[in-house]
Write a protein that binds this ligand. Structure first.
Ligand code: NDP
Length: 484
């Protein structure tokens, strides 16, 4: 498998398809071309959705073990192709190769998980007041699913949508982001190799404004599942309203990290650095706001800045591997630069980093160093806008209560982190934080068995876990009178 145009195809109606139009993909580490992606247009989206619609009845009717066998075969194919797909992912997205390898393996994990979860989705029988009346509740797949993903974890995000949808008995049409179509389309061969019936899985690539919009508006799409920016999510909600589609939205984050005076400090620093700068901060649950209690503020800040400043930055495929690769393109880098400049101009202090990296090893690519700010006030853009880059803001607070109040004041509610050794602070903090996930003394996440939900303007619905599968099922009450 390689990245050249001859081996990357869309998947429509069971066929690997090329197109007249093509979409050049650039390596964010160098600015050099990586390859071209076929480019769908609205008519091909329509063909893909119709193929998915035509395939739906038979796919939904398959006995669960027969259906999940396709998912298991696909997972095995992915495990056999980890290395080439991971290299493609690093080439188009920029992240260190070991992280890409982990992400490809996570695709297989998600398909295996939902293959084993599907048999455990049960209906119910409800007792009635009549000896001749029976009430049964069935859970049935909702139909064609449109899946639209962003570029930061293109494969992981896609798998979290496709695996549960397919396991539930839905058919899918998926669209990756323009920056990262190649790794997603590399999976097309795997769906064919696993023998999925024609039309059950369709992969189309192209701009959100045309291809994504056509998919979102298509009347035969019954459930739209989307991961990306909050603004786009709101647009899709309006579009989906026309045909009352079911919606799953995983949107913007920008997480708070609260460090109590009794926190395990070394761990808070190490984990905080990892969560603020991993994937160049291009994580929905990236640490953006650090609230640290005054008693440990100086020590925490000094250690955090030292750790941030000594991170190794470079190409994701370099040896030895860097801690952090480039950002995924000019627009992402410019957004981060603008937010940092806005804060600096208004009086914030840049403790490390703060501007684009230049020099022979960075020329052509989009590198922004780990950056730490203090002195940020509520009127600066970075206090309310998601940075989605390697920037952390440290704010000293007088208490954990104040930190929680500040963390709850914004519009996002995806993931919050709290470091403390006090059981009461941890328990009450977890209950009070208005977030879909609260991590106490750890920054782990992205594990398939556990639910992932965005509160407030960070999303709608739940991904992962059993909830991620039941999201694609409709409830049907069957009421049978036997006494006729
Ligand atoms: P966008 O919202 O710009 O794009 C995401 C996807 O939507 C892309 O495939 C894009 O197409 C497509 N799209 C854009 N406009 C439309 C439209 N009008 N109709 C249909 N599809 C459209 O993503 P961002 O670049 O803003 O992604 C980063 C955001 O994603 C951050 O806010 C981050 O927090 C969030 N995110 C959330 C996660 C979560 O689980 N909650 C996980 C990861 C990221 P194209 O780009 O190809 O034009």
């Amino acid at each position: 498998m390689s990245n050249d145009r001859s081996s990357v195809r869309l998947l429509v109606a069971g066929e690997l398809r090329d197109t007249a139009g093509q979409l050049p993909v650039v390596n964010p580490a160098t600015g050099a071309p990586v390859g071209d992606s076929p480019l769908a247009e609205a008519d091909l989206v329509d063909e893909a959705v119709r193929a998915a619609h035509a395939a739906f009845r038979d796919w939904a009717a398959l006995p669960v073990p027969a259906r999940t066998a396709y998912l298991t075969r696909f997972a095995a194919w992915v495990r056999d192709h980890v290395d080439p797909i991971a290299r493609t992912l690093t080439a188009e997205q920029g992240k260190p190769l070991s992280e890409s390898i982990g992400e490809v393996k996570a695709v297989a994990t998600a398909f295996d998980y939902y293959a084993s979860a599907a048999p455990h989705v049960l209906g119910e029988t409800i007792p009635t007041a009549s000896p001749t009346l029976r009430s049964t509740v069935l859970r049935q797949p909702s139909g064609v699913v449109g899946a639209i993903a962003t570029w930061n974890y293109p494969l992981g995000i896609l798998a979290w949508k496709l695996a549960p949808a397919l396991a539930a008995g839905c058919t899918v049409v998926a669209k990756p982001a323009e920056q990262t179509p190649l790794s997603t389309l590399a999976l097309a061969e795997g769906f064919v190799a696993a023998g999925f019936p024609a039309g059950v899985v369709n992969l189309v690539a192209g701009p959100g404004a045309t291809v994504g919009a056509a998919l979102a508006a298509h009347p035969l799409v019954r459930h739209l599942t989307f991961t990306g920016g909050t603004g786009t999510g709101k647009t899709l909600m309006r579009v989906a309203a026309d045909t009352l589609k079911r919606l799953t939205l995983e949107l913007g984050g920008g997480s708070p990290l609260i460090v109590a005076a009794d926190a395990p400090l070394e761990r808070a620093v190490a984990d905080g650095v990892k969560r603020a700068f991993r994937n160049s901060g291009q994580l929905c649950n990236s640490v953006q706001h650090i609230y640290v209690e005054a008693a440990v503020a100086d020590e925490f800040t000094e250690r955090f800045v030292t750790a941030a400043a000594t991170m190794r930055i470079g190409r994701g495929d370099a040896a030895p591997e860097p801690d952090m690769g480039p950002m995924c393109g000019e627009a992402a880098l410019q957004h981060v630069t603008d937010l940092v400049e806005d804060a600096r101009a208004a009086g914030a202090t840049v403790l490390t980093g703060g501007q684009r990296l230049t020099g022979p090893e960075y020329d052509g690519g989009w590198y922004f160093p780990p950056t730490v700010l203090t002195g940020v006030t509520d009127t600066m853009r970075i206090s309310s806008e998601e940075v989605f880059g390697p920037v952390a803001v440290i704010t000293v607070v007088s208490s954990v209560d104040e930190a929680i109040e500040r963390a709850n004041a914004g519009e996002s509610g995806l993931v919050a982190f709290l470091y403390t050794t006090d059981l009461r602070t941890a328990t009450l903090g977890a209950e009070r934080l208005e977030y879909g996930t609260v991590n106490i003394n750890n920054v782990g996440g992205g594990d398939v068995p556990f639910p992932y939900a965005g509160w407030k303007q960070s999303g709608l619905g739940v991904e992962l876990a059993r909830d991620g599968l039941t999201a694609f099922l409709e409830t049907k009450h069957v009421r049978v009178e036997l006494g006729y």
